[in-house]
Design a binder for this molecule. Structure first.
Ligand code: APR
Ligand code: ZN
Length: 368
């Protein structure tokens, strides 16, 4: 019985930028107050984890990455009411406290109750504090997570797939249906065909889009894009050298009603603005640009009625909405199989990193 005791277990630690993670034995603290200790079962690797490794997303080190997970509650702090040992859960880097101004506002999911950068750490390794990425750090067999960063899901859900609802799937799908507000018959372009972009395509398809342009410099992504519902696949590398992508796209396919940038590349964001319709077009920025990036564009795009917006975590109110996404997944209304290209044990997490970095995988699901 581990309740009330420090747990020693395995975790993948990033000690230095641009290096491999090391599998180490760590100590995981006893949960107190509103904290919940979760046994992590699966964790999929996301590009945001890579952004930390390569230094484009600044965080404290050493760190345990991972934020796209499923797990089972091991024990709870004395203030926890909504969870008990054995509950099947998804950790949420986007909290929902229900008390802050954002939680009480119908138009945003950006709960301000916590800022990860100020969160303490419940992990130690050889006497040193190790930080949890985004307040989670789920590349660990156990993690301590606060009550409003956790949601219960149907225990019948396939846990190896449901982990994708903790980030990539929710982010892309929600950006399409909530932020872009895609409607039946609309024409949509999705730039970047990773787990996030492919999920945006699926959102567009389920919302009834009549044409879905899937855009990526890696043509190996096009098969998956078609499986998710893309009607056209476009490689910007096919654009004549002297041409600009935006004008080339409009000349060949016409402007789209909605566009979604799912990479975090400033030039692609500009393209997303270029290719939407004047008057009503909406360009949605989903990818996270490197720290310090700026986006510039001709303000005339705004004058002629384009909307430029973005979202985090697909605009979902995390605790309210994620169980519904998992349910749609269970019923097959949302498909995840095409997103899962590889599976590894924790020891092989660096292989998953290499595959994602080199564009050879969409999601690798890691078993803890
Ligand atoms: N033009 C078109 N496509 C590009 C370009 C480019 N200049 N650069 C990269 N891509 C494509 C890659 O080939 C890849 O298919 O973008 C895709 C990105 O996919 P992943 O690396 O799998 O990333 P993903 O996990 O989907 O995350 C995308 O969303 O949540 C954020 O932090 C995350 O910013 C990241 C983004
Ligand atoms: Zn993520």
């Amino acid at each position: 019985d581990t309740v009330g005791k420090v747990i020693r277990c395995r975790a993948a630690i990033l000690w230095e930028l641009k290096s491999k993670m090391k599998i180490e034995e760590i100590e995981v603290a006893v949960p107190v107050k509103d904290q919940i200790r979760v046994k992590i079962i699966y964790n999929a690797l996301c590009h945001s984890d890579l952004h930390v490794i390569d230094g484009s997303l600044k965080t404290r080190l050493p760190i345990i990455l991972g934020h796209e997970a499923t797990g089972i509650v091991e024990s709870v702090g004395d203030e926890v009411k909504a969870f008990k040992t054995g509950d099947v859960v998804i950790p949420l880097y986007q909290p929902q406290c229900r008390k802050c101004a954002a939680c009480q506002h119908g138009d945003t999911n950006l709960c301000t109750s916590l800022s990860f950068s100020n969160e303490g750490s419940h992990f130690t390794c050889r006497g040193k504090q190790v930080f949890p990425f985004m307040g989670l750090g789920t590349f660990s067999e156990y993690a301590v997570i606060r009550e409003h960063m956790l949601v219960k899901i149907d225990p019948r859900a396939p846990l190896d797939k449901a982990c994708l609802a903790g980030c990539g799937l929710a982010t892309g799908y929600g950006a399409a249906v909530n932020t872009a507000q895609i409607r039946r018959g609309e024409r949509v372009a999705v730039i970047g065909l990773g787990g996030v972009g492919l999920s945006a395509i699926q959102g567009a398809k389920n919302a009834g889009a009549s044409a879905i342009y899937a855009i990526d410099i890696n043509s190996e992504k096009f098969d998956s894009a078609r499986k998710m519902g893309a009607t056209h696949c476009v490689n910007p590398r096919d654009v004549p050298k002297d041409g600009k992508f935006g004008s080339w796209f409009i000349k060949n396919f016409g402007a789209v009603d909605k566009s979604l940038e799912c990479i975090g590349n400033v030039q692609c964001m500009k393209d997303a603005v270029e290719i939407v319709e004047r008057g009503w077009g909406r360009a949605v920025m989903v990818g996270i640009a490197p720290d310090g990036a700026t986006l510039s564009f001709n303000p005339g795009h705004l004058t002629i009625g384009k909307t430029i917006t973005g979202s985090i975590f697909g605009g979902w109110k995390s605790i309210d909405d994620i169980p519904m996404l998992v349910e749609e997944m269970r019923k097959g209304k949302i498909e995840v199989d095409p997103l899962i290209t590889h599976r590894f044990d924790l020891e092989k997490v660096d292989e998953a990193v290499e595959l994602l970095k080199n564009g050879k995988s969409i999601r690798s699901v890691i078993s803890l």
